[in-house]
Design a protein around this ligand. Sequence first.
Ligand code: PLP
Length: 437
Amino acid sequence: MADRREFLRQAAAGAVGLKFLRKGEKAAPITFSPNGSPNVPLSPDYIEDIEGLGRGVGWPAEEGQAPSPYGDMFVMESAPGPETVINGKSYVYFGGTGYFALHDHPDVIDAGIEAFRIYGTHSATTRAGFGNNPVLLECERKLADYFGTEDAVHFVSGYFDGLIMAQALADKYDIAFIDETAHFSVRDGIAAARKPFVTFRHRDPEDLGRKLKRELKAGQRPLLMTDGIFPTFGVIAPVPEYVKVMEPYGGIIALDDSHAVGVLGKNGRGTIEHFGLAAGERLVTAGTLSKAFGGHGGFVVGSKALCARIRALGIYSGATPSPTPAVAASIKGIEIVKGHPEMRERLWKNVAAVKGGMRKLGFEMNDTPVPIVTWMMGSAEEMKKAQRALMERGVAVAYLKYVGAPAGGVLRASIFSEHTAGHIEMLLSELSALIKR
Ligand SMILES: Cc1ncc(COP(=O)(O)O)c(C=O)c1O
């Protein structure tokens, strides 16, 4: 496209830079309120904001060039890792969220292949009938062992975390309270569970307290559902404060901890462990195996009673379980994460290095070990250009219009334990070159 050509020509000549900042100007467009939430106007309804959602957004080929066989879509042609092939070119990759880059670990691949040979694709029937197999059962044992719970249930996608928790706990609450920027899956889940729900302000225990008081009639019980780590800005839900606010009502807190499991806490058990809290009947974790663990599928960990309730749900008795090779790969991923706590140390160090470097560039950053680094640079168009320019220089970061983002979207780098100092330096120096022109 002509404007892309012109942009690259000018950028290469150093004649003009991107217009986010003037020389010497500090780049700090996102500020954070004292409770750590980003001070950005949230997009009112993501569903109506179709552009940038629901499809891979790349960019069209340059004029005069053969169009990509993938049109204007980004297409990943290798496993996601610190270096990843996209549309035929290898990038230093910060695009998303395989935090330990286990997706092509040789042991993970071998485990998947072996299971494929024995079990084929999957059971072709549901787990309420003949659909169990030793791999699924072992995966659940491994999950329970990893999280120190009585039991665990594996299911086909972390997207079902919200639905499963909302349904399994249905007779233990009257009204659900969800963070206004909770993941799509939490909103869809509570809607599909056909229970009344109320939203409260993002990461705001005081607003939650007000809403509990206002909405609950005497004797009614609340369920709080929220992400543990919010995927767009990488901020953590203030769970200890929620525990205090929910206490007088005997409420249950159910976390979609998809980004925190494997990553937060001494043993990688997620947000609850990060805060030194104890999981139990009133504080429940659900997550995904598709990110830190390099596998696939969603899960809930908890008591035998809770897991028995999940096994009575429609999704358990009415859906084919995950492909068995993916479950076998997940088991290996859990074993690797459990057996190598030094990977988590390395991840946290990498996060500190990236956030430290971003601060030097003038961006405001929190100091949590969350491996999600988000920033804004001007308008949506300018951010798309920035993403494009970084990719021209060999660095892939995400431009996201994702849940919890302001209407113009954000730029986001996901950090991996396997990024080297060189990869991190490249991200920071290319970003620096871009903003200082
Ligand atoms: C907060 C959150 N919950 C759930 C999911 C869905 O998990 P899965 O990819 O296993 O379906 C995601 C995926 O990106 C997520 O960010």
